[in-house]
Design a protein around this ligand. Structure first.
Ligand code: ZN
Length: 249
């Protein structure tokens, strides 16, 4: 096993209580959209305790926050934490975490915590943005309009599904167009220095930074971890630039 993977495994075990604690606390204190005062405070306190710089409330949204760890050079990656509950559960029609936002907060904040502990292995910044009221007003839209994502390169989040899903897909992608000039060829029969090879080489090298790789694997790992899968070994075999297909083994 790669040394970094081993280190990540160790850290996840070290932080096990904190990560599971997030999920348990939010689950046991269900709050509706824009009223997530306990949940947001819990996350803010935990991130501050772990050395993150905090803005809370964030951009005038009372239960939103932004936590940052790292430097201004290199990629800036963000994890989104949701923590609002749904209304109308049980005989008393109370709020409850029926959609798993407690897990979303646990896995994204957990991934950010783990990354912050291995900061010496990459250049860049890890950001956690608390995004309230997902089920009602959808504060992510306000956060976008207020510029919360302006200097962020990549954003990660997980959501519950009906099965354990190790397939990651990008919801927001830019399309890039590449134009190759030179002599056309078919790679098997023609000389090596020509256009189709340039295209192959480009597609093989279009990959994300190490930091981003790790962020995706950590997110999925921790989500699986909170879902009680005993062990998911993640190692990236390849990323296909078109469609960001990730293979785990
Ligand atoms: Zn949901």
């Amino acid at each position: 096993m790669h040394e970094l993977e081993k280190k990540v495994d160790e850290l996840i075990l070290q932080l096990k209580e904190e990560i599971e604690g997030i999920s348990d606390y939010i689950f046991n204190n269900p709050e509706l959209g824009d009223e997530e005062f306990l949940s947001s405070k819990y996350l803010v306190d935990l991130l501050a305790k772990n050395g993150f710089d905090l803005m809370y409330p964030y951009l005038g949204i009372k239960t939103s926050f932004r936590a940052e760890y790292g430097d201004d050079e290199g990629p800036c990656i963000a994890f989104l934490a949701e923590y609002d509950a749904l209304p109308g559960y049980g005989e008393e029609k109370k709020a409850a975490h029926a959609c798993g936002h407690n897990w979303i907060a646990g896995s994204t904040v957990g991934a950010a915590l783990v990354l912050s502990k291995i900061k010496e292995t990459f250049t860049g910044k890890v950001v956690v943005i608390g995004t309230p009221a997902e089920e009602t007003t959808g504060r992510k839209v306000d956060l976008i309009n207020k510029g919360a994502f302006h200097n962020i390169d990549t954003v990660f989040q997980m959501h519950l599904n009906e099965n354990n899903n190790l397939y990651a897909k990008a919801l927001a992608m830019d399309s890039w167009e590449f134009r190759f000039t030179g002599k056309e060829s078919y790679p098997i029969q023609d000389e090596p220095e020509i256009k189709s090879h340039a295209a192959n080489i480009l597609s093989n090298n279009l990959s994300l930074s190490n930091c981003t790789f790790l962020a995706i694997s950590l997110s999925v790992y921790l989500f699986a971890f909170l879902s009680n899968i005993s062990k998911v070994i993640l190692s990236f075999r390849y990323i296909r630039a078109s469609g960001m297909l990730l293979n785990f083994s």
